[in-house]
Design a protein around this ligand. Sequence first.
Ligand SMILES: [Zn+2]
Length: 244
Amino acid sequence: MKKEGKKELDSTFDDSMFEEEEEIEKKKPDPIWKTLLITSVVLMVIGGLIWLSGGYQAFLYRKTPPIKEKEFQSILEAEKIVVPLNIIVFQNEGNLGSQRDKANIRQLIDNASRIWAQADITLSIQAIHSIVATDDTISRFFRTPNLLARDIPQFELTVFNLFLVGNLGGINGIAFGGINSLAVADYTTVHDFRVTAHEIGHLLSLSHTEEVRNRLMFRGANGTKLTEGEVIAAYTTALEFFGE
Ligand SMILES: [Zn+2]
């Protein structure tokens, strides 16, 4: 009985219905390789646009999250030297203004100071000044760093001056030895406090090492270690600058 019913149903298919089925056959989804090809071309175009717009920097340069650097043991067990920092924050709503607040700055210095505890050097905030300046003015200061010393009344030659900016045109930080100054960006490829500690290393006479990534004076990494030789050199320089 059932079988007969089906037979009857089958017999109702006519040619027009088969044609329709063929139409549907033609509209089948594209093969997988075609979908993959189109997807990858679209992704490449989007990637290219992000690269051209400079947006890729957002992936490499970022604000350091509120983490705490570990405690370091003193290497020499010498008497502590305090390195006073005169902090000058360039502010504006543009590209180069720093967004840091006082709590963030204290965290920055506290973490950098923890790194320098290896050399019995303590970083201490002497003052925090905010200066509102246009992007043009800020970039002029860093193109001709002597202007930092000459044209900024809050500058002090007898301490280390830490300039804070939004970004430094693709570098994390820079040391200006002749004017006892360093600059650190808000957006960095390694931890901002490591950048600060590294640049202070330059001001305390240390140069780069190409050897091991875990060293403070290795370029562009998060290393924090100082060798005994570096500790002696930096401590001696700090003593000359800031010893009683
Ligand atoms: Zn360096």
